[in-house]
Design a protein around this ligand. Structure first.
Ligand SMILES: Nc1nc2c(ncn2[C@@H]2O[C@H](COP(=O)(O)OP(=O)(O)O)[C@@H](O)[C@H]2O)c(=O)[nH]1
Ligand SMILES: [Mg+2]
Length: 436
């Protein structure tokens, strides 16, 4: 019989309340052993005393019998007072009653094994627990809710239908005419699949951006007001501002919220050609490195200065900002700001935000594994389309369609499509905390 596991389900045992969760065939028996009195009826949270080694603990207990529980097994949750000492004592009582301590991700893994969750939903849970921003959490919740899973099921079914049709023609390969009739329709169908999957890959990419912090580098000539703009965006004086050119010697970075997203803002030493002292020169080398690694470059020049003579090749999203607009305007078309008063700052924030939202399609969470499998499905479908075009044997076309189906099904971890290897599962669930 499978072990009945117990884990602390709340993030920290030092909260006001801690939740211990039992899952497995003996969950109810183990709980009964510790509770004075009856186990509450299913799905009702009732107050019970727990008998501990030297005292009693006042708890709220809920029982969720299989299969309608998170893991698909019998589950009992005990809500007890928080605090390490108390939680350890309750834990000890449950272990003494026959439960085994859960490993990282073991509850979620059981949920996956009992078909309560697709693998991508399990990964979504890990992402939700690890989400550092509201945007990341929102995406993770959608993954957990099964949005991607439903689309995968739908497209796999459609690819499967096409494959069945192609396979049905395998035996009639001499009937060239019939196949010639179906061919254009098959090709169009594959193109529709490719378009859909191409959209997924784009949305995975914007999802990745939304979850990560963008590296936003402020660069430009000395004295343009880069450090002033950096401080203004941060809302406090972090970088040194001075009227002397060459004040910022090394780069300075800080995290800043960009609406619901997050950015690492980097202030750099001004770029100038004319010779600087060795320290400033070293700073300039670093500035160039920062610019090269940037997702977004905010190129700053001051309204009181002539156009910069030196401007490195910029890539990524480039935002041209003219600072010191209180002193005039000499670069029409640039975003104008006045770092000293804060005028125009919202425009800069909005421009950075565009890096995250991209072309407006709603971003999806796409973990690296999802992106890889979907890309492999795209490659297989592309090959299938090319082979149809080249009048290759239909077996080969059907094979490529099957590969595409299998790659997509692997995102969900479905065993019908050939089980996802133990190694992959172990890697995914090892990332969880204990108790999840
Ligand atoms: N009038 C005006 N002066 C500014 C503004 N922003 C910065 N400065 C001044 O420009 C000088 C250089 O600023 P700083 O932020 O150190 O420039 P950096 O070398 O590009 O980092 C300082 O004397 C700032 O007070 C602005 O919006 N208006
Ligand atoms: Mg500076």
């Amino acid at each position: 019989m499978r072990a009945t596991i117990v884990g602390i389900a709340t993030g920290t045992p030092d909260g006001g309340v801690a939740v211990l969760r039992l899952s497995g065939p003996a969950a109810q028996a183990v709980a009964k052993e510790v509770i004075a009195g009856e186990l509450p009826p299913p799905r009702r949270l009732l107050r019970r005393s727990l008998i501990l080694a030297n005292s009693q603990e006042d708890a709220l207990v809920v029982s969720m019998p299989a299969p309608r529980s998170f893991t698909g097994e019998d589950v009992v949750e005990l809500h007890v007072h928080g605090g390490r000492g108390n939680v350890q004592e309750v834990m000890a009582a449950l272990l003494a009653a026959g439960a085994t301590a859960a490993g990282p991700g073991e509850f979620t893994r059981r949920a996956f094994e009992h078909g309560r969750l697709g693998l991508e939903q399990a990964e979504g849970l890990a992402a939700l627990i690890g989400a550092q921003t509201a945007a990341a959490a929102a995406q993770a919740r959608r993954l957990v809710a099964g949005e991607l899973g439903r689309r995968i099921d739908a497209i796999c079914e459609a690819i499967g239908e096409l494959r069945a049709e192609v396979e049905a023609n395998l035996d009639f390969s001499e009937e060239e005419e019939r196949i010639a009739e179906d061919l254009p329709r098959w090709q169009v169908t594959i193109l529709v699949f490719l378009e859909e999957l191409g959209g997924w890959l784009r949305r995975f990419e914007s999802g990745r951006r939304a979850r990560e912090a963008a590296r936003v580098v402020l660069a430009g000539p000395p004295n343009a007001g880069k450090s002033s703009l950096f401080n203004a965006l941060l809302g406090h004086e972090r970088a040194i501002v001075a009227p002397l050119p060459g004040t910022t010697r090394d780069y300075v970075e800080a995290r800043v919220a960009i609406g619901e997203y997050e950015a690492v803002l980097v202030d750099t030493a001004g770029l100038r050609a004319e010779e600087a002292d060795p320290v400033e020169a070293a700073g300039i080398v670093r500035s160039r490195e920062q610019v090269a690694a940037a997702d977004v470059v905010i190129w700053v020049e001051g309204a009181d200065a002539p156009p910069a003579r030196e401007r490195p090749a910029l890539h990524g999203l480039v935002i041209e900002v003219e600072n010191k607009r209180d002193l005039g305007e000499s670069r029409p078309g640039w975003l104008g700001v006045c770092s000293s008063s804060g005028d125009g700052l919202e425009g800069v924030v909005e421009a950075i935000r565009r890096w995250f939202v991209g072309d407006g399609e709603e971003p999806w969470i796409g973990l690296a594994r999802h992106y890889e499998r979907a890309s492999e499905a795209v490659a297989a479908l592309t090959t299938a389309a090319r082979e149809l075009e080249a009048a290759a044997p239909l077996e080969i076309v059907a094979f490529q369609l099957a590969v595409a189906e299998r790659r997509l099904a692997e995102i969900r971890g479905l065993s019908a499509a050939g089980p996802v290897g133990e190694e992959v599962l172990a890697r995914i669930f090892a990332r969880f905390c204990i108790g999840k």
